[in-house]
Design a protein around this ligand. Structure first.
Ligand code: GSH
Length: 216
């Protein structure tokens, strides 16, 4: 099984940590941002990440569908405990929706600077500006403090839970933690100081999730 990803993608990092937490053997393929020829050939034209490539050559696109597949394998089912389905998927959807909507804006100016080539930086900005309007990445850089305040507000209940429990739904990691981890990984990929600017506890949570990955 191969997970095709961009390092900064919160959805890709979510499915990667989910596979790791579930103990599902896999290889990570880093897609060059400016050259997605192989990915397009593999998928028949879909050039977003993550993409999960199965042993038989089948591909699964869309991170939610990839999570569903991973959860159906091996120890995956433990990551959505019986009776907590609504909480686990509901939190997952909150993270991938409203939370991501704030955090990707916060991370984007720093991620732009991380691309190696001028072409990749330009492509990254083009993709964002086509959707959010001219100058949006620069505007998000200026709005950093406002975005951090919004992120703090959205994460307030999560942080209250994490002050009492190691993971979002209690004592063991679940799909909910994988989703939140993916967002933290995106922020750290851009600028690690963003995580502590939102809350130092978030960084501690990230390391706790990594330590929860079973040894191979
Ligand atoms: N709904 C999709 C979203 C996938 C998506 O938007 N991926 C982004 C990275 S987070 C991407 O591939 N962007 C490519 C680009 O910016 O050109 C999922 O959950 O997998």
């Amino acid at each position: 099984m191969r997970i095709h990803r961009l390092r900064y993608s919160p959805y890709a990092r979510k499915v990667q940590i989910l596979a790791e937490l579930a103990g599902i053997p896999h290889t990570v393929v880093d897609v060059p941002y400016g050259d997605r020829e192989a990915l397009a050939k593999l998928t028949g034209g879909y050039i977003f990440v993550p993409v999960l490539e199965l042993e038989d050559g089948a591909v699964i696109m869309e991170s939610r569908a990839i999570c569903e597949h991973l959860l159906s394998l091996g120890k995956g089912s433990r990551l959505v405990p019986e009776g907590l389905e609504a909480a686990a998927w509901g939190y997952h959807d909150f993270v991938d929706g409203p939370l991501e909507d704030i955090l990707f804006r916060l991370a984007s100016p720093a991620i732009r600077e991380k691309w190696e080539s001028a072409f990749e930086r330009a492509l990254y900005v083009l993709v964002k500006e086509r959707k959010f309007g001219a100058g949006c990445v620069d505007a998000w850089a200026r709005d950093r403090d406002v975005l951090i305040a919004k992120a703090k507000k959205l994460l307030e209940p999560t942080l209250r839970t994490l002050a009492k429990k190691p993971f979002v739904l209690g004592d063991e990691p679940t799909l909910a933690d994988a989703a939140l981890y993916g967002q933290g990984a995106m922020l750290e990929e851009g600028d690690p100081s963003l995580v502590s600017a939102i809350a130092p506890e978030l960084g501690a949570f990230m390391r706790r999730v990594e330590r929860a990955v079973p040894a191979r």
